[in-house]
Design a protein around this ligand. Structure first.
Ligand SMILES: *[C@@H]1O[C@H](CO)[C@@H](O)[C@H](O)[C@H]1NC(C)=O
Ligand SMILES: *[C@@H]1O[C@H](CO)[C@@H](O)[C@H](O)[C@H]1NC(C)=O
Ligand SMILES: *[C@@H]1O[C@H](CO)[C@@H](O)[C@H](O)[C@H]1NC(C)=O
Length: 356
């Protein structure tokens, strides 16, 4: 890092040609195709950015609004950093001329919602950073036209609702970061088109309910992070329906209700070869009260004892009943036999008597 800055300084001193066309508050480096205007107290976009610029850094300024065609003179941009500003509104078509833009960083701003036209022209974009804004709802038009997007970072917003098909146009997406939001449930269909998705990060939400088929469309999923949510129990089928070669699942920090059902689900899940419960050894119980803060792993052999005892009692009762019935039947049979023999002896005695 230090060497990088030294290099920049060095180039600053020797690149007279580029500094001539460089705006106050910015540093322009033709050889690196780089213009940085970070930390410059800018409240407006710079009016002149050298045309060779491929990497434009406008981070940590006081920008609050991006008007339509904000970057029409900077068509070569591949990376545009607008993080750490005060942006609350992005006009439709703000990025419309940026046909080769691959990375757009809008994290740490004040965006409450995304307009439908916000994505106009961003068909080459691969990495969209929107973490730490104020987004609360993703609807089916939020991310249209992002035909090349591979990484979407929405960490640290206030998202509580994701409409069906909000990610419907993102068949190239490989990473979706939704950590530290306010999701409470995951309904079937929200991830329906994400067949290339490898990483789904849902850590730090309030998810207590996941519909059984919600992960089924994710046929490339390698990591599913559900740690630090509100799940008390899970269903075997929810995870069994993930049809991949191998998927790692993180579940720690949930308030598990440690009962026999939960133990059975985990037992079955751990025997599925393609699923890896990496933090199983860190899962701890929240209920019942007497198991609070116990590790699930330490108590899992006890959880089904009551059930096992019940089953044993029932089995023993049945066995005893059956045995008793057999014994009784046997006794009856013997008695009947004895009786009949007695009867027969008496009869033969009687006949002997009569013979005499
Ligand atoms: C940030 O934007 C808000 C309006 O969205 C404004 O009230 C506030 O003064 C701005 N802050 C700075 C530091 O410019
Ligand atoms: C997503 O954003 C968070 C917060 O800004 C950051 O810490 C994290 O590294 C980002 N992740 C990716 C993969 O971009
Ligand atoms: C388990 O928890 C410990 C302590 O919090 C942590 O260091 C470790 O990385 C966790 N293991 C996994 C697999 O998450």
């Amino acid at each position: 890092m230090q060497y990088f800055f030294l290099l920049l300084l060095f180039m600053e001193v020797f690149s007279t040609s580029s500094s001539a066309s460089c705006e106050k508050g910015c540093n322009c480096h033709e050889a690196l195709k780089l213009t940085t205007c970070a930390n410059a107290f800018l409240t407006q976009l710079p009016t002149h950015v050298p045309p060779y610029t491929e990497h434009l850094d406008l981070s940590t300024n006081l920008l609050s609004f991006l008007p339509r065609s904000s970057f029409q003179m900077e068509r070569k941009l591949r990376a545009l950093l607008l993080n750490n500003n005060n942006i609350s509104d992005v006009a439709d078509g703000a990025f419309t001329q940026l046909e080769v833009l691959q990375k757009l960083d809008l994290s740490r701003n004040r965006l409450l919602s995304l307009r439908e036209g916000f994505t106009l022209g961003l068909s080459a974009l691969k990495d969209l950073q929107l973490s730490h804004n104020l987004l609360h709802t993703l609807d089916s038009r939020s991310f249209m036209r992002l035909d090349s997007l591979e990484r979407l970072n929405l960490t640290g917003n206030a998202i509580h609702t994701i409409q069906i098909r909000a990610f419907g146009f993102m068949s190239t997406l490989r990473q979706l970061h939704l950590g530290d939001n306010r999701l409470v449930s995951l309904n079937n269909g929200v991830f329906s088109m994400l067949r290339s998705l490898e990483v789904l990060n849902l850590r730090g939400n309030q998810i207590s309910k996941t519909e059984m088929g919600v992960f089924t469309p994710l046929t490339s999923l390698a990591l599913l992070n559900l740690a630090q949510n509100r799940m008390r129990t899970i269903y075997f089928k929810t995870f069994l329906s993930i049809h991949t070669y191998s998927t790692h699942i993180l579940l720690e920090g949930n308030p598990w209700n440690c009962d026999c059902d939960l133990q059975r689900v985990f037992h079955k899940l751990r025997s599925v070869h393609r699923l890896f419960l990496d933090d199983y050894y860190n899962l701890s119980c929240n209920a019942p009260a007497e198991l609070e803060n116990c590790r699930l792993m330490d108590v899992d052999t006890q959880l089904c004892i009551a059930e096992t005892v019940t089953v044993l009692v029932i089995t023993i009762t049945v066995v005893i009943t059956v045995l008793a019935a057999i014994v009784m039947a046997e006794r009856k049979r013997k008695k009947r036999k004895k009786n009949s023999r007695k009867h027969w002896t008496e009869q033969s005695n009687m006949s002997e008597d009569s013979d005499q």
